[in-house]
Design a binder for this molecule. Sequence first.
Ligand code: HEM
Length: 397
Amino acid sequence: GAAALGGAGVGWSAATAVAATAPAPPAASGPTTVVGPPAGAQTVPALGRHQTGIATTPQAHLALVGWDLKPGAGRRDLARMMRLLSDDAARLGAGRPALADTEPDLALHPARLTVTFGFGPQVLRTLVPAQRRPVLEELPAFSRDELEEQWSQTDVVAQICCDDPVTLAHARRMLLKDARPFAEVRWIQHGFRTARGTVPEGTTSRNLMGQVDGTVNPTEADPDFAPLVWTQTSDTDPFAGGTFLVVRRIRMQLDRWDRVDRAGREGVIGRRLDTGAPLTGTDEFDAPDFSATDHLGLPVIDPASHVARARSSDPTQRFLRRAYNYTEPDPRRSTGEDSGLLFLAYAADLARQFVPVQQRLDELDRLNAWVTTVGSAVYAVPPAAPAGGYVGQTLLE
Ligand code: HEM
């Protein structure tokens, strides 16, 4: 699935060449596990017309930054901000210090750093001229949502992803610094997946409920990946090659989940906990058989299970999931922490592809008894910066 680690489209920065020709460490100095260049040298190459960090195999760490433009900020201000941030993203992603970087040594191990920018609906309405404006509507209300203002829609978002948390912290700080004259931070949401090296590359990550999460997901090898993810408009459209991002902060009630036995937990999703295989199969990637029944004549995969409800018979009601786990200390909770999933999904058309699925899950999904959505936002994610330009330029100039 797209949750695989490593994968295509990974380049090496200059540091690789040095590491590859460096003398081998002396033998018998203890267990030797390092083979080849360090993962910190890896860079994600530019992807032509698309921003990176979308089709990119998910990195281990996420910092999602939501800004609101300062009152009175206009199109010129946003353009200036995006020029600075795009430059930071390009340099840092290549393993080079940002302009006026105060800690240039922290920039040298890019570890697949990517920064992906998006604009909220309000920015599109007020700062992007109508003839260049992509269509993005706020999500409809969902009955089960318990949205907290703290995690709500912002004007601008940066999805910063990296395999190394130190590099990530540095990149985040540089972006925050450069955005400060133009915008105020509303939230920063941190997330994580299984670290590089913990499991073989290609292993699907697990979420904090213990489930293998990310198995059924379009991958770049699928012929319909491009139409599902990238806006398919004429080449002259300023948004061609862009996409849309939906952010849902979903809290898990893990203390109550703890009380459910293994068979019950597997029934909620419709998949096994150990392998992630559907309850009708043996391998993670087996196709689920929703018509199979047990000796009592009952469906093996509950029609109200998460996978049964999330799957659509309409193949266009699909999107790219790129979710991260989150856990934060929360002394107000008896558990002492707040945990869940930062559900990030990319689609060429949220209203057509994402909303019907979310509506179905809102109506009925056995998982709902243990999860609550507390944050929600949508963004238009412009195509990559034009040569010598910045992300969003085709919309703003
Ligand atoms: C599948 C967990 C929220 C859409 C799955 C699977 C798990 C899972 C374990 C099965 C493995 C896989 O294919 O990835 C969760 C958890 C959630 C959550 C723990 C919340 C905390 C959502 C939301 C949506 C969604 C909000 C969309 C609105 C899907 C889809 C699939 C899926 C489309 C694939 C279904 C198929 O087999 O065709 N999820 N999920 N999930 N989930 Fe979720």
